[in-house]
Structures are given as C-alpha cells and as structure tokens.
Design a protein around this ligand. Structure first.
Ligand code: AP5
Length: 188
C-alpha cells in the first residue's frame, strides 16, 4: 500500500505518518526529513538546499525526485510507503507515478489534511519552542504557507479526480485524525 499525506505546514503529516507507519509496516518517506539530514551531514545537497529551506521556498524538483528514486531503487518501498511532503509539484507527482509503475506499484491513497491558518500558526509557534527547526520562524512560516497555497493549487487538480483521493479535517485532536485515516486505509 502506497499512501500520500498532503497538507500545509503543521497539518500533522509527520505526526500521523509516524503512527501509521508502525501500525501498517509502511516506510515513512519524508522529503523534509531527508533534506534536513543532508544539511546536518553537510553534504553537497545539504549545502545547496540550506538557504532555500530557511527561506521557505521549494527545493528543485530534481533533488527531491532523485532522493525518492534512490530509496525506491534500494527497495525501501517494497512493502509500501507513506509519502509525507512529496509530491509538491506535478513534475514530482508524474515522476512518482512512473517510478512506481515501473515496479508494478501505484498510489493507493491520497489523503489531504486541511487545517486552518490560525491552528497552523499556533502549532508551529509551539513546535518552535520545543524543537529547533530553522524554518519555524514567523516570517518563514508565512512564506511556507504562501508556497503551499501556490503548489497545492497546482498539485491538487492533478490528484483530485482519482478515486483514491480523500480530504480530511486535520484541525481535530491527533487520535481523531488517526482514526479517520485508519478508516480510509481500511476502505477499498
Ligand atoms: P517539510 O519538512 O515537509 O515541512 P512542512 O510540509 O512545512 O510540514 P511540517 O513538518 O511543518 O508539518 P507537518 O504537517 O509534518 O506537521 P507535524 O506532524 O510536524 O518541508 C520543509 C521544507 O523542505 C519545505 O519548506 C521545502 O523547502 C523543503 N521540501 C520538503 N519536501 C519538498 C518537496 N517535495 N519539494 C520541494 N521542497 C521540499 O506537526 C506540527 C506540530 O503540530 C508538531 O509539534 C505536532 O506535535 C503538532 N500536531 C500535529 N498534529 C496535531 C494535532 N492533530 N493536534 C495538535 N497538535 C498537532
């Protein structure tokens, strides 16, 4: 089973992905986490993307597609994957469809988590106190939200007409959101 979790910053994609990957034995594929690891290891990719991420902009398609392709090539999706924060452009979505189709795989569920801006701001403000993400500042969050509005307007029409497309209310408590995702995943 291959699942895409799509939503704005602070929607709870990572939180839900960690719960669901354990329950369903899926591989959590967060491009944000992969990029932060590259920065932390001071790799060439890390050096290229650091200022882009700090500025709340999207990293070039070829970098994220290459990272995901590497993991798929290594067989990391063999038992199913949970894509968190990927795809963010139609080019990424097309590349993912192609990479999966080459292995007789496909996307089984696209779950879009909608959350109000006020809730997002509150969650990110709270996380900024608990963690140390350099893009969790007020100014960068505004840019990330603007980016989300722009790329979701491009990507959602790409997926919306598929029968595997679901939209859920991510404003609710974590356990309620998990329950709804579980219901969707049990639904063929
Ligand atoms: P990425 O790491 O993907 O960040 P994001 O999409 O902005 O998402 P967040 O991690 O902020 O939020 P989340 O939805 O995972 O929420 P979380 O569960 O953490 O991307 C970062 C950057 O990398 C991008 O800006 C871009 O530059 C680059 N990038 C990444 N992928 C890319 C791609 N494909 N193409 C191009 N560039 C890319 O929750 C947030 C907080 O809220 C937590 O503290 C959590 O505890 C809390 N919380 C979660 N759910 C709830 C709930 N239901 N109730 C109360 N609190 C909750």
């Amino acid at each position: 089973m291959n699942v895409i979790l799509f939503g704005p910053p602070g929607a709870g994609k990572g939180t839900q992905a960690k719960i669901i990957e354990e329950k369903h034995g899926l591989r959590h594929m967060s491009t944000g986490d992969m990029l932060r690891l590259e920065i932390c290891r001071e790799t060439d990719i890390g050096r290229r993307v650091k200022s882009i991420m700090e500025d709340g902009r999207l990293v070039p398609d070829e970098i994220v597609i290459e990272m995901i392709a590497g993991r798929i090539d290594r067989g990391e999706c063999q038992n199913g994957a949970l894509f968190d924060g990927f795809p963010r452009t139609v080019a990424q979505g097309q590349a993912l469809d192609k990479m999966l189709a080459e292995r007789d795989l496909k996307i089984d569920y696209i779950i879009v988590m909608t959350v109000g801006d006020d809730v997002i701001v509150e969650r990110i403000r709270k996380r900024a106190k608990e963690e140390n993400r350099s893009d969790d500042t007020v100014a960068t969050l505004e840019k990330r939200l603007a980016q989300y509005r722009a790329y979701s307007a491009e990507v959602l029409p790409f997926y919306r007409l598929r029968k595997q497309f679901f939209e859920i209310d991510g404003n609710r408590p974590v356990a309620d959101v998990t329950r709804e995702i579980e219901n969707i995943l049990g639904h063929k």
